[in-house]
Write a new protein. Sequence first.
Length: 438
Amino acid sequence: MTTNGAAGRITQYKLDNGLRLIVAPAATGQVAAVNLWYGVGSRHEVPGRTGFAHLFEHLMFQGSGNAAKGDHFDAIERLGGDINASTSSDRTNYYETVPDHALDLALWLEADRLATLRDGMSQEVLDNQRDVVKNERRQRYDNVPYGTAFERILAHAYPEGHPYHHPTIGSMADLDAADLEYVLSFHEAHYGPDNLVLTVVSNLDPDDVHERVQRYFGGIPARTVTAVAPDAVLEGPLGGPKSEVVKENVPAPAVFLIYRVAPYGTREFDIMQLASAVLGQGQGSRMYRRLVVERGLANDDGGSSADLVNFRYTPGLFFVSMIAREGVGGEELETAMLDEIATLAEGVTEEELERARAVLERDHLQAISTPGGLADALGSCTQLFDDPELVYTWPERWADITTDDIVEHAKRLLTPENRLSLRFEAEAEAETAEPAEA
């Protein structure tokens, strides 16, 4: 892949307090994308204390020592800027894109809440945001069709007590049990400049950006205690075949088939990512052509039935899902999906492999095509792999993977011993439904 020298234009700095700063040029002028990746996610939580990493994503916008509740959003949005945050198992990130003349404001706001968030924290703020998160859980998980699918998958794919056993949203019981003292200690243990990758994408001079970051973040002390994530080591197959049939008020049966693969960043993960593109990414994929177009068994999903869950510090998941078309039963769809998955072990054509490479490379290039997207990818590659230049070279990982590689890995990994089947059935139809055999 040609990078046009872009990788060589990344500038890296490290402040005395441990903060890592990545600066890169933007493809468009007069904007600055600021992205903060903190090395804390739901994998750092312990049983009985789930949902805290995501709760902090909300608490970080509720005021700090020098900014009142709502001021951060208001200040950025008044400039026409874009601002948000997200939490995963492996990190929590905060990001904004602003006119480049507002970079100082964005940096000051981020530095202030890192340094002084605990000054503005109160029981009232905690109670309010705990209720917001609980309502989010109801809206996104509990009260929508198939909303608990991922939570159920994690519970089956990772043993109880494993740091990836639970979703980032946490449980209602754990959220109810959150107390102010623990919340403050969680921030103290995880939110420090030594656990932060700060990325700025703009056309400002890198040394100028470095000077500004030093001004706002340089005086914030590193954490006095470094938090340690629970052990996430997991080896061997998933222990299948496992299956669960869920009876709920859903509009149509849905099938989720899950297989354990190596962690994100490994060659095995890269091979299975190509396998997923062959199988179920794009309208030229096998699942779309055969189960949507030719056989009419599944709803038209535009070609998005297969993907990988990219966990960095534990085995990831090869993930295939489809919703049945009207009149098609869940067991029939599941059997058809298993049959198509099995064809990967029988052979892959060079044409399919080239299409899969093109799909993945297109998605990657689209993701880094905006200042905000590039800043996020740079933060990811630095936080997870300590190598921001991977952003520009990532497609090279797929270049030397062969059809034989995909077939060999499909034979070894896409097996009943490594499979979890989760099927949702409408309550009226589920009484006679049985898991499919394969």
